[in-house]
Design a protein around this ligand. Structure first.
Ligand code: OGA
Ligand code: NI
Length: 352
């Protein structure tokens, strides 16, 4: 793999410039407002304890998950079942990877969004005008045996540590999808069945310290195109979610993971559950690492709202589409606040 480098990795730029380079400066009017953000923990997203999810109080936990999906689209979970050592190992190899010499990291570089394994920068350097303050390694993780041999082999423990984490993350994703189905009054297996063979992708996001965080984004406001996202973040803040028109900081809580509903659950739930706008802000002091696991339908799965959720009061919100068609549309549109979902509404309900 000898990379054709469209733009260098961000970490290289950082070493060269004491200011944000023009390639990363957003136009005035499209910059993050860092002042009007709710930081206080009372306004944060719900924190749900999963300890009783498989016990006699399952119903209560399922209801808490349902109401978080309906009102916030985001929640945190603790006692989620992924052992602490596995979580810590994942963060450790992520950091080690991004601290490798650039020449070593570049062996994985590609700007082709269709590649199953790749290191890149920003979001889609082929299409966007202004870059984001992020490098990322993207890995397909399921079925593991199809992909693991293509993952980076440096750091030496990378494949083993990331295999363990992604296997545990899959177990948690499946438990959450069952709870989400039940909370909608559907069969426990509904969401998983609707997603066909399913896929699991992971990103390891690396946000270096940024000399002028007010000029650029780690990631601008977007909604996740997949079904459900499980986000592991290190101790550094940066994620913000939109609620009632305001940005709310999701500050890291020790041992908790952040869960969010993606566009596919919004479609399958006929708009009952919300895929919510979120963004990443960078800071001048510390690097930040986050590891989202994107649980996705298989490309050929046909996504359509569950019959039981469509009635006289809740008309059908989407026409059937394949996840492949959706995903292609998402990458073509780029990250923007207008949801890609609107393009899949029945013709008479489309806003555009
Ligand atoms: C994403 C995302 C949040 C974060 O990768 O889609 O929203 O905190 N990441 O890195
Ligand atoms: Ni996201």
């Amino acid at each position: 793999m000898s990379p054709a480098i469209a733009k260098p990795l961000l970490s290289d730029l950082v070493a060269q410039s004491p200011q944000v380079p023009l390639s990363h400066v957003r136009p005035v009017g499209d910059r993050p407002d860092l002042v009007n953000v709710d930081h206080d923990s009372g306004s944060g997203i719900p924190l749900i304890d999963l300890k009783q999810l498989d016990g006699p109080d399952r119903r209560k936990v399922v209801e808490a998950i349902g109401s978080a999906c309906e009102t916030d689209g985001f929640f945190m979970v603790r006692n989620h079942g992924i052992p602490e050592a596995v979580v810590e190992g994942m963060l450790r190899v992520s950091r080690e990877f991004f601290h490798l010499p650039e020449s070593e990291r570049l062996k994985c570089y590609s700007d082709d969004p269709k590649k199953a394994i790749r290191l890149s920068t920003s979001f889609n350097v082929r299409t966007e005008k202004v870059s984001n303050w992020r490098d990322f390694l993207r890995l397909h993780c399921f079925p593991l045996e199809n992909f693991v041999d293509q993952w980076p082999s440096n750091p030496a423990s990378f494949r083993q540590v990331v295999s363990t984490y992604s296997t545990e993350a899959r177990v948690l994703a499946l438990r959450l999808l069952e709870a989400i189905s039940e909370s909608l009054g559907l069969e426990r297996g509904h969401m998983v069945a609707a997603m066909g063979r399913q896929a699991q992708h992971m990103a390891v996001n690396y946000y270096p310290p940024c000399p002028q965080p007010e000029l650029t984004y780690g990631l601008p406001g977007h909604k996740d195109p997949n079904a459900v996202t499980l986000l592991l973040q290190d101790g550094v803040s940066g994620l913000q979610v939109q609620r009632n028109g305001r940005w709310v900081a999701v500050n890291p809580v020790p041992d908790a993971l952040v869960i969010n509903i993606g566009d596919q659950i919004q479609a399958l739930s006929n708009d009952r559950y919300k895929s919510v706008l979120h963004r990443v802000i960078v800071n001048s002091e510390s690097e930040r690492i986050s590891v989202p696991t994107f649980y996705c339908p298989s490309p050929d799965a046909v996504i359509e709202p569950a019959d039981a959720l469509v009635d006289g009061d809740h008309r059908l919100a989407y026409r059937p589409f394949t996840y492949q068609a959706y995903y292609d549309e998402f990458w073509n549109m780029g990250l923007q606040s207008a949801s890609c979902l609107d393009r899949f509404r029945p013709i008479d309900q489309r806003a555009d």
